[in-house]
Design a protein around this ligand. Sequence first.
Ligand code: GLV
Ligand code: GLV
Length: 325
Amino acid sequence: TKPAILVARSIFPEVLQKLRRHFEVESNDGDQPLSREQLISKLQGKAGAFTTGGERIDAGLLKACPQLRICANMAVGFNNFDLPAMTAAKVLGTNTPDVLTETTADFGFALLMATARRMTESEHFLRAGQWKKWAYDMFAGAEVHGSTLGILGMGRIGQGIARRGAHGFGMKVIYHNRSRLAPQLEKECGATYVGKEQLLREADHLVLVLPYSKESHHAIGAAELAQMKPTATLVNIARGGIVDDAALAKALREKRIAAAGLDVFEGEPQVHPDLLTVPNVVLTPHIASATIKTRLAMANLAADNLVAFLTQGRPLTPLNPEALG
Ligand code: GLV
Ligand code: GLV
């Protein structure tokens, strides 16, 4: 008999079809996420779960679902997984690295440009019928080409953004990371490793691309925003919670920094109400990896992890291979 799995959210029909060739599949085909109680109840007797980043997998859930052996996240980030608890329960976690790197870097750069050049703010103005005349300073924004690009978190996506900035826009690239890990990139982009304080002080455009963890919680709060240039912009395509959204809304309102572009939010899909009322912020609903091609590649990689692990014991992109030992 085929192993049983749960697909926690609605996904591409062709991916579901592929999964049905290998597994007894229960899928949540509605447009609502499962509550924790529903998730636990539907995971009974399931060996695998296809998750999307919205389902929290922790010790309590694992204890209630003893047959579970793998959770395949359709996301590169995995802060919805309590990985030590999963390892302790001998449950494997997988994510979807690499397939979304360039697509997500494209979006990071798009958000940087939209933020610097005030694209959504000016579009609202036009749509509201407020464009009556020319003005010398109308929606005058910040320069992108030739400016200083700061990157906090130099993983694969950060490197993609650094390349775009250095090669496409002649930007000077500075970065900070827990470890100085990108000598190749330093050569290729003329990127300079700096301390966090220097990064905050010198960046004209600061892009956040670090994973969320207890250590990165509120990595950008009031104190950090106060160190940035008043002309600077901040872009977050990493995770909500890395930025203190209330402090950011205040800094934007007081023009302590010029503007921000946010694709991720604390407590999303809720958005801090103060962010909705400040004009100098570009807001998008967590879509940095959302091209049709990349979302399909992510779904396929998550599915292939389930197939490879549950049929051959060999996951493709394991996060905690030690869970198997
Ligand atoms: C999206 O945020 C992801 O982690 O893939
Ligand atoms: C994610 O893939 C990253 O390393 O930035």
